[in-house]
Each structure stands twice: as C-alpha cells, then as structure tokens.
Design a protein around this ligand. Structure first.
Ligand SMILES: [Zn+2]
Length: 151
C-alpha cells in the first residue's frame, strides 16, 4: 500500500540531496529498507520496489535493477550449492536421486531467499551512485530519452 508523506526538507522532487554512502546504501537495501533513511520498506511486495519510501518519501521508482539481481543471485547460490554438492559427493558418494531430491529444492529456496536482498542492495547502489534519475539535478527520464525541458 502506497501512502503519501510530507517530503523531507532535504529533498528535491522526492530525491534527497544529502550525502549518499555506498556501503550504508548497500546495507540498507540488503535489509530491504529505504537506502535514504533506512526505516521505510524498500519493497511493497516481493521484488516490487515501492514508488516512494513510506517513511521519508524518497523517490525509489528511478531504480533499474533489471536482470542484475538474477545474475548475482545465480553467482552466489551457485557457489554455495556447487560447493556443498561436491563436498557431499566426495564425503558420502550418495546416489543420484539423493542429489536431485536434496539440491534442486535447496537451490530454489536459496535463490528465492537471496534474490530480494540482492535486488535491495542493487537499488541502494544505484541510489548512492545517483544512477537512473536518482540524481536530484538530473532531468526526469522518459524511456531511454531525457524529457524535454518544462516550460
Ligand atoms: Zn526512506
């Protein structure tokens, strides 16, 4: 549910103008919190980024995470699961049905758990690096082109 809040005096069109620490924004995003204040929810549904922070009003709709969270999740989960598969195979040499029954569900569950924090961290990174319209001085983006100046 989206609620309207009073914008912070340090905001310009819903974009905060204060310092943006990359490590702090990454951490807040990974905890699924607004990268600007760390209190409002970043997502309003699973993997659906809120248009604005419910606490500080920061505009979050500028994010363009696209497929990047998926790639990073595959890398992270792949390293964990493949390491475990190799360790179990070397130590116990279980039958193939055991591998399939154990690792397929575990891979899916881990991917679903890891995906949201990774997407949150990437949104926080984009916010801290002033990417994709998060810059208070940037013109609003329309598709791939900049909007014409308002008269
Ligand atoms: Zn916020």
């Amino acid at each position: 549910m989206q609620t309207s809040v009073e914008p912070s005096p340090h905001q310009l069109d819903g974009r905060s103008t204060g310092p943006r620490l990359v490590s702090q924004a990454l951490r807040r995003g990974a905890w699924l919190k607004c990268p600007a204040c760390g209190l409002g929810a970043l997502f309003h549904r699973y993997l659906k980024v809120s248009d604005n922070c419910s606490h500080c009003g920061e505009a979050l709709h500028h994010q363009r995470a696209d497929d990047a969270p998926t790639y990073f999740t595959i890398v992270i989960v792949g390293h964990v699961v493949v390491s475990l598969v190799l360790a179990v195979e070397i130590a116990y040499r279980p039958p193939l049905w055991f591998h399939a029954a154990l690792w397929l569900p575990l891979t899916i569950i881990l991917a679903l758990i890891v995906l949201a924090p990774v997407k949150g961290a990437l949104v926080g990174l984009q916010w801290s690096l002033l990417m994709h319209g998060f810059d208070p001085d940037a013109k609003e983006e329309i598709g791939d082109q900049l909007a014409p100046p308002s008269a």
